[in-house]
Design a protein around this ligand. Structure first.
Ligand SMILES: [Zn+2]
Length: 321
């Protein structure tokens, strides 16, 4: 038989009909509802990076990208085979074993995220890690999806032994009573959440500056705009380098291709746009491997130039690290 669009269509129709026959044959094995644990390891020179997934959240499309032309986000979603009615936001933190330290970059949603999140600890443990053995937690910025995993709703400190590293500019902004007083009501809860998470450890926090090493081989890069102290990281070992872009873009399937679009979470949209172009341009020019916090898992790959924007090219899954 010659396979045409019509014969494929009728074959699918027959298969659907057979599957829905009352009393028709069924596999004894029920359909599964879960995946393998969400972790993925890769090397950066002598270091080992493990991406740990914390599920997904979804946002409605209305006003999600305030500066996109009307209908353009819907068109971009269709072009990328993404849902027509909701924007998928995956969450992936990085564990970096530098050889001398186990460093965690951001902590996920903890028990305060959307119901489709909160898988982080199970995935972290499935990868063989123990939260009590994390030497340092380095934060990129203070949005809840990045810091809530550090302290549970009931106040439990999740990484009791870890040194706590925060961007100085981020700390100065979110811990300022004056900034809170003058902030729009919509972001006041973020100020309060920063106090909830860091209040009990205020005296133990190390504030880091940009262009400084925060851990062996891990350098903080200024990436402000998304928040005042938003930070990316260069993770380097020998000639190998990974650029962790944090929230320089939200899901890069859309925002790498449209780097001038700013998601609603970008606090200073113009600055975020400038930062996004600078960081993506650097990644494309230097052909560096990148990691995003909100990319499809395992949230790592490369950046190619496409039109007047960029394209995220995911890394292929490999069975060995
Ligand atoms: Zn985020």
């Amino acid at each position: 038989m010659t396979v045409t669009r019509r014969t494929i269509g009728s074959t699918i129709a027959a298969a659907v009909a057979a599957a829905s026959l009352p009393g028709g044959a069924r596999a004894a094995q029920p359909l599964a509802t879960t995946q393998a644990p969400g972790f993925f390891r890769y090397r950066v020179g002598d270091m080992q990076v493990t991406a740990i997934n914390d599920g997904m959240a979804y946002r409605g499309l209305d006003n999600f990208v305030p500066n996109a032309p009307p209908g353009a986000l819907q068109q971009a979603m269709a072009d990328n085979f993404l849902p027509a009615d909701r924007f998928p936001i995956p969450f992936t933190t990085l564990v970096v074993n530098t050889g001398s330290k186990l460093v965690l970059l951001d902590t996920g949603n903890g028990d305060l995220g959307a119901p489709t999140t909160g898988t982080w600890m199970a995935n972290f443990r499935a990868a063989g890690f123990d939260p009590a053995k994390v030497d340092a937690v380095v934060f990129s910025h203070f949005h809840g999806d990045h810091i809530n995993g550090f302290r549970l709703k009931d106040g439990t400190a999740v990484f009791p032994q870890a040194e706590i590293m925060v961007p100085a500019a981020e700390w100065d902004f979110w811990t300022s009573d004056d900034k809170r007083a003058s902030a729009p009501d919509g972001i006041k809860p973020t100020f309060d959440n920063v106090r909830r998470v860091f209040g009990p450890v205020m005296a133990n926090v190390t504030r880091y500056g940009w262009d400084k090493e925060v851990a062996p081989g891990i350098t903080a890069i200024q990436a402000a705009g998304h928040t005042p102290g938003h930070t990316g990281f260069a993770i380097a070992s020998g000639s190998a380098k990974l650029l962790a872009l944090s929230d320089t873009t939200n899901n890069p399937l859309i925002f790498a291709r449209h780097p001038d679009w700013s998601a609603i979470f970008d606090q200073d949209a113009a600055m975020a746009r400038t930062t996004r172009r600078r960081m993506l341009d650097m990644a494309a020019s230097e052909r560096m491997q990148v990691a995003f916090y909100h990319a499809p898992f395992p949230a790592t790959g490369h950046i190619a130039r496409e039109g007047d924007g960029f394209a995220f090219v995911p890394l292929m899954w490999t069975p060995a690290t």
